[in-house]
Design a protein around this ligand. Sequence first.
Ligand SMILES: Cc1cc2nc3c(=O)[nH]c(=O)nc-3n(C[C@H](O)[C@H](O)[C@H](O)COP(=O)(O)O)c2cc1C
Length: 297
Amino acid sequence: MKNSISIDPNTLSTKKLHSILLSAVAPRPIALASTVNNKGIVNLSPFSFFNVFSANPPILIFSPARRVRDNTTKHTLENVENTKEVVINIVNFPIVEQVSLSSTEYEEGVNEFIKSGLTEVPSEKIKPPRVQESPISFECVVDNIIHLGHEGGAGNLVICKVVQIHINNEYLDADDNIDTKKLDLVARLGANWYTRITEESLFEIPKPIFTKGIGVDKLPKHIFSTSVLSGNNIGRLGNYKGIPTTQEIEESKILPEVVKVLSIKDNQEKLEALHKIVKLHLENDNLDIAIKILFCL
Ligand SMILES: Cc1cc2nc3c(=O)[nH]c(=O)nc-3n(C[C@H](O)[C@H](O)[C@H](O)COP(=O)(O)O)c2cc1C
């Protein structure tokens, strides 16, 4: 393909590869990890190589990597290797600047709670304290640590089993479920970029679980003949539960907006006009009507 570049990762410096991977695999949620060392001194640092991987057992994994710069390891890694305990605190917008400050590479033994101004709250089942200002905190015991290499940039997967969960009431809805609209989560992208999940940035896609979508291959082939319908429009149409019946299609053909389009003489013009109506119905969440109109040609 002419419109892309193709790269063998072995030909790149670790710095360049790191930059490509972190810009491409984004946004990443941020784990604010609080640990203690053998002497009980607290450490707090953020990690965006982080996600949930299992609900039963409840497993979170994050990765304090070897520094690309000088191949040294992070205090958090040393602490979890020694004590096998960590609190993973979720990061939202109101604390993101303090979280960034806590990533400063202070000397061993410096408590980043104090440096960042975040507040320690004793945990119930493990030694490291949790962050009071975090919306949700997971007390975890470390099941296993997988070292992915010995050179700068190598990750270390810290596999954490959740043993206690704390959710600030402020972020719950009336049914005690976490309210995504209230959470105000942030995530990390490439370079110094972050993103914020606001109500305006949220959208829903119905899950194709209860019904099997008919698939794009079962839609009329003319969907590919105009530039009116986007990939997302076509995906939504292919997610519909069944091909409309002949009767449903005939009923759609007498809708005034469709009659008008079907009377257009030029075939290409007719197709584009029909796709525009379909698109409009999709944008108004009327998939039922959109799919029937699509089959009118
Ligand atoms: C938002 C954010 C995300 C980060 N994610 C990671 C990460 O996933 N892995 C990593 O090794 N370092 C990451 N860092 C850098 C560490 O937080 C930083 O090296 C920190 O000083 C490590 O502290 P420690 O030595 O006390 O463990 C991140 C920094 C920020 C600000």
